[in-house]
Design a protein around this ligand. Sequence first.
Ligand code: SF4
Length: 702
Amino acid sequence: STNRKETYSSTCCYCGTGCGILVSKDKKGVVSLEGDADHPVNKGMLCSKGMNLHHTANDTSDRLLYPQMRFNKNMPLQRVNWDTALERTAAVFKTFIDKYGPDSVAFYMSGQCLTEEYYVVNKLMKGFIGSNNIDTNSRLCMSSAVVGYKMALGEDSVPICYDDIELADCFMVTGANPAWCHPIIWRRVEAHKSANPNVKIIVIDPRKTDTCSIADLHLQLNPGTDITLNNAIGRILIEQGNIDYAFVAHHTEGYERYKQSVFERSVQEAAEICGVPAKDIELAAAYIAASKGFLTMWTMGLNQSAVGVNKNLSLINLNLITGHIGKPGSGPFSLTGQPNAMGGREVGGLSNLLPAHRVLNNPEHRAEVEKFWGGGSISAQPGLTATEMFEALESGKLKAIWIMCTNPLVSLPDVRKAEKALRKAKYVVVQDISNKPETLAYADVILPAATWLEKEGTMTNSERRISHLSKVIDAPGEALPDREIICRFAQKMGYQGFDYKDDQAVYKEHAALTAGTNIDVSGVDYEVLKTQKTVQWPYPKVAGSGETKRLFTDKQFYTPSSKAILHPVADQNTSEGTDDDFPFVLTTGRIRDQWHTMSKTGKVNKLNRHIPKAMLEIHPDDAFLLGIKEDDVVEVRSRRGDVRLKAKLSDGIKPGVVFLPMHWGKLLNNDLNRANNLTNSLLDPISKEPDFKYCAVSVQKF
Ligand code: SF4
């Protein structure tokens, strides 16, 4: 009949929750969608962003339709065919590589790329070009959590599964607003709490967010004092004997040093530093002590920090001393920001990683991968990380950058500096779906990419769950899937090993390379994913083994001693200090209905209605002292830049702290809504994640 629709299964391409979606296509190719009722993650539910995804697919008005390039910096961009764009880019890359070495070129990717896309770029760069200059915007997102897990548990691995939500009776949500940013995970927590009122929820945040609406306790701490708070909770648990002595003795290392470190400060001192009542810290410890299942949940408030790794460790320590890991309803649960940040790491898509979480500075690991790929030798030298790439463009060390599926001129810290850097770049490739990203103004080559529903591949969500995304519709114009663009380019470079039959062939190669590692997915292929819908890794190709719901149930960790490691962490915060000129702390974050730099969600009217414009959230007491009223235009300055936008008075924010949403970029050449004009590119020394959540600013009425 004319109404016949075809239905395909897919996964939402926004947050790391990984909700299952059923997509239907009518005869004209118009798509509609609904939550997949049989999907283990969302059981049919979708949040406002996921629910409106079909609008982004059906509206192709902003799409890039054909390759464009300019033959020198003074010429305008002109339409070219794919061969010309890729051949010329290959020639330019070869010239730079010959003249300045392989580290003169770089790829900057995204946690929104599919696993197969990540895999081929990583292989091209590390295995064939011979540089580790491939990094992704996951660096801005999860890298502190990655290092925290690795140091504490021996592996970058989220131990829990979402089904632990319904088994937990105490949640500590810190530096996260899942009610807005991971809504479906939070719907599950809400439903669990409403069915079991004894469940305790502790929220730790300088802002009273929507997540606080079901909290039993909101610790409204001063920004940057998370470690002090976590250590104080640790101290109380130890003092009151509320730790799991047997677990600590048999399955952890470093307890005495940890204990010593948390006893360096009294709870009263900690309370003053954090700006929360001591009795509330004690109450948090009491909730944890009474719990049978304790889940810690966190995201950017801990990760995006100059002491992000230490913040992560101080939190994971609480799961370890209480033995709340590797058992139902318990564990440290980092909420992944992006839909496939985890898949990207599985294939080694960061400048310091090799496939299957192998280690770059391990010669055996390098040799294994070199042999498998059959390209050249892999450099032992870690590549440039996200922000380092832009510094290297500025200094001239890096000549060419290939930006793929990300919009750094909105999302990088101290973004005006990044603009200057891009202006200095010798050669810029922008591979994107939309004609909106700010980077396009700097591009020497623009490559139109296919997007969600227009290509096939896989992603891994926050609970290690791999899902397959079907191709449903054709990309508009000449746009191509990212994987195909990269493979065509690799062939233009003259490299063997990129002539894949299809996406499944790429996946199989990746899966084979994981065999025998901690993240073994050698038993997974597209058929397995299609029949089982989704699976959680590890999933080795061993008869009788299947997916792994929960890690460390045998209390064997991936460290050399098989014990988890308690790291004592000092509670200093090295963020930029406030002073008389810049007396406020600025923190940035997401709003409910926008995703990242808005190239998709910004197209949907319904989503734009929730919060139509960027606004500065400020406490009424601070506003009063500055003579600022609701909707007044204010000027916010930091040592790096300024913004000018309306004020929104909110008693949900801590006095002395102001908040800006991260999503807005340049509009009609006006960049004064862009939060990252202000933020600081100070990095965590280990994870190299920037300090987005803390910089000193001034605020005045404009
Ligand atoms: Fe998509 Fe995340 Fe919303 Fe689920 S919770 S529908 S994955 S944005």
